[in-house]
Design a protein around this ligand. Structure first.
Ligand SMILES: [Zn+2]
Length: 400
């Protein structure tokens, strides 16, 4: 077992003042963006902002877009873009990241499989992704498999990857040591960052998968500029995470699945910890077990999913009940954490997509009738989004 705890060398795009790194991040999140709203975002004078952006242009981190192309990005709610309509004067040039200067590899280890993909510095996909089932869960075998998949997704036409971001469901210390990974059944701490870095020759950091999803949404997705944004995932496990003003709220215990055993249905099934109707009833295994009881034989989650697709009455009713329960969890999150919007994701979020009205019923049952309706979205799920999100974490470190 690797016990060396020297920090793994990790590249950074440039090294300047904190304000310069903050502005680069702002251009990543809100760009293309003109200098005036950018100065407002960071509460900087026009002069100070201009000096910073000159440095970033000189270092090849950002570039000016053609004149008159300002705006188009997503601004924080408090910032109003300058009104140049109808007035004379030089149109503002917008600034953007030189996104094709660097590439990153994202890898996600999920329940039984590994997905890898390549992205540019704005986390935009390059080429196709690869998903392979895990055949051997030992750290050495998984490392060898990751190295093979990574080499398959590296594009020969793009710059060599600056870093690998690797995510999994579990607890990771120092962005490298996997100390808890319920889907991998490892019984000792594994220095997965060092193993993958050695096998690929590419600087590697390891992150929690849900933290990665949230950071992706805050930097490149739906949470840009949103005051508070919550993510709930359903699949092999139940995940929950929340951001404040584009920053994921951090807590060392988050990765233990703190929303995994919240009471959502007093008549629900019993979980392995003995709770009746806790949020574990949203997991694939629990749904399969409940479905087995309904149809009278041992059914897999895949069988339930097939029957749901075929709209059999038994599968449809369990799908509706599951979505009502999910709605109760969404209401709990909305009532206590007061997010602006809730994103529902995870590999079994297709159930939620089919039954939005039952999610709404679950929410309404536990929310004041005069409170604003809870805004929730259910994007099309893909493992690629999870591997790209792991790369997003690596990008965030690369630019900070
Ligand atoms: Zn439980």
């Amino acid at each position: 077992m690797e016990t060396n705890s020297d920090p793994l060398p990790f590249p950074h795009w440039f090294s300047k003042s904190q304000a310069t790194h903050d502005v680069a991040r702002g251009i990543m999140q809100y760009g293309p963006i003109a200098r005036t709203p950018l100065a407002q975002v960071f509460n900087l004078s026009q002069g100070a902002l201009s000096r910073i952006t000159s440095d970033l242009i000189y270092d090849g981190v950002i570039e000016e877009m053609p004149a008159g192309s300002a705006q188009g990005g997503t601004l924080p709610e408090a910032i109003t873009p300058p009104d140049t309509g109808g007035r004379r004067g030089r149109p503002q040039t917008a600034l953007r990241i030189r996104e094709d200067e660097h590439t990153f590899i994202g890898v996600n280890i999920h329940d039984g499989a590994i997905t890898a993909s390549e992205v540019n510095a704005m986390c935009r996909p390059i080429g196709g992704d690869v998903t392979e089932p895990i055949t051997n869960r030992s750290p050495e075998a998984i490392t060898a498999q990751i190295a093979r998949i990574v080499s398959a997704v590296i594009s020969p036409d793009a710059p060599w990857p600056a870093a690998i971001g690797l995510s999994l469901g579990g607890h990771i210390d120092d962005d490298r040591f996997v100390t808890f990974a319920p889907f991998l059944y490892w019984d000792a701490i594994v220095d997965l960052g060092a193993l993958v870095q050695r096998a690929t020759g590419i600087p590697t950091k390891v992150y929690n998968d849900l933290d990665s999803i949230l950071l992706y949404e805050c930097w490149f997705g739906d949470a840009i500029g949103v005051p508070r944004f919550a993510v709930i995932t359903m699949g092999a496990g139940v995940g929950y995470s929340i951001s404040d003003c584009g920053n994921p709220i951090d807590n060392p215990d988050k990765s233990y699945g703190l929303a995994g055993h919240v009471l959502i249905d007093p008549q629900g099934p019993r979980c392995s910890s003995g709770h009746i109707g806790c949020s574990q009833c949203l997991t694939s295994d629990s749904i399969a077990e409940e479905y087995s009881g309904i149809v009278g034989h041992v059914a897999t989650f895949e069988e339930f999913a097939r029957d749901l697709q075929a709209n059999t009455p038994q599968a449809r009713r369990l799908g509706e009940r599951t979505c009502f329960r999910l709605g109760v969890l969404v209401a709990t999150v909305a009532n206590l954490a007061m997010p602006t919007t809730v994103l529902i994701s995870g590999e079994s979020s297709f159930i939620a997509k089919k039954n939005r009205e039952f999610i709404r019923k679950g929410i309404d049952t536990y929310r004041h009738s005069q409170a604003a309706p809870v805004s929730f979205t259910i994007p099309q799920f893909s493992w690629r989004l999870w591997s790209d999100s792991a790369a997003a974490r690596a990008i965030a470190e690369f630019i900070s």
